[in-house]
Ligand binder design. Sequence first.
Ligand SMILES: NC(=O)c1ccc[n+]([C@@H]2O[C@H](COP(=O)([O-])OP(=O)(O)OC[C@H]3O[C@@H](n4cnc5c(N)ncnc54)[C@H](OP(=O)(O)O)[C@@H]3O)[C@@H](O)[C@H]2O)c1
Length: 312
Amino acid sequence: MQTVTLGRTGLQVSRMGVGAGGPSQIGVKTGRSEQESVNLLRRAFDAGVNLVDTSEGYGTEQIIGRALEGRDRDQIILSTKKSTRHKDVTPESVMESLDASLRRLQTDAIDIYNLHGVVPQDYRRLVEEIYPTLEAARQAGKIRFLGITEMFGEDRQHAMLSEALADDLWDVVMVGFNLLNQTARAAVLAPAIRQNVGVQVMFAVRKALGSEEAIVPFVQSLLERGEMDTEDVDVGRILDFALSSAASLPDLAYRFCRDEAGVHVVLSGTGNAEHLERNLESFEREPLPKETTQKLRHIFRSVVSTTGQSLD
Ligand SMILES: NC(=O)c1ccc[n+]([C@@H]2O[C@H](COP(=O)([O-])OP(=O)(O)OC[C@H]3O[C@@H](n4cnc5c(N)ncnc54)[C@H](OP(=O)(O)O)[C@@H]3O)[C@@H](O)[C@H]2O)c1
């Protein structure tokens, strides 16, 4: 598994990270047993994945804690998050949440502690009221690096992360980016490169890019909204030119994100052991041909409204 330096953190991270949230939550949401989720994580670790992302809200922190039992904790980078959508996020509740995450993950320190799903209207208040608490927890050794993640569904052009990068307070950001919605390139990846901020990508596959049939209604809807040019696409064969260089649409989708400048880790969320094997293979493959990437950039260049999750 290829690794890269996660920006200013200096951490050496695998290009693929396990996302323990999303629609599958490593199997918690898709009917897998806890032991199956533990096995899935251990298989990813054994294959060289060394970063796993979770949150206090996913119900997967304790599963990760179990998967780490008997292993060298220093070999794995833990990213977890504090939910921020409630007005009662206070310095005290943040410290309680952090301590609970440490207990569930069975560790003394979180490598990357993120404010989770921050919407633009909450950002400034969280910086003023909560950031000092995070900094104090870092000084106390409970957190190594500070991160922030966006609410992609409500903030599809990354207003919150644009503001956060301008503040330059965060070591790592998590951003929604995929071959359909590439707005993060200018809004987030360019400033992150300039400031040497670590970048984790979410939504690389989601719903739209899970299968060749799934993408069709998304493209139809983007054509109706005028965000794609009819001259660029043949709806039934939309990605044929690119799929000839890939093993599958998820393979194309993960490699497209991995190859993007400024992206360090692409999170892959699955509860399916077979999908995990395929995804591990994707991250071992060579870069997509330049002309394929350029054409994918061109045909989706004006798309701003979709995250790849739903047609709304
Ligand atoms: N605001 C935030 O902070 C936030 C929000 C969302 C997500 N996240 C983080 O980002 C991580 C990644 O999330 P994501 O959902 O965007 O991940 P993703 O990998 O883009 O999409 C996951 C979906 O793709 C499917 N999938 C994965 N591999 C596949 C394959 N080879 N073939 C077919 N389908 C496949 C999964 O279903 P199967 O289980 O069937 O494989 C699942 O439904 C999450 O786990 C979470 O850690 C953070």
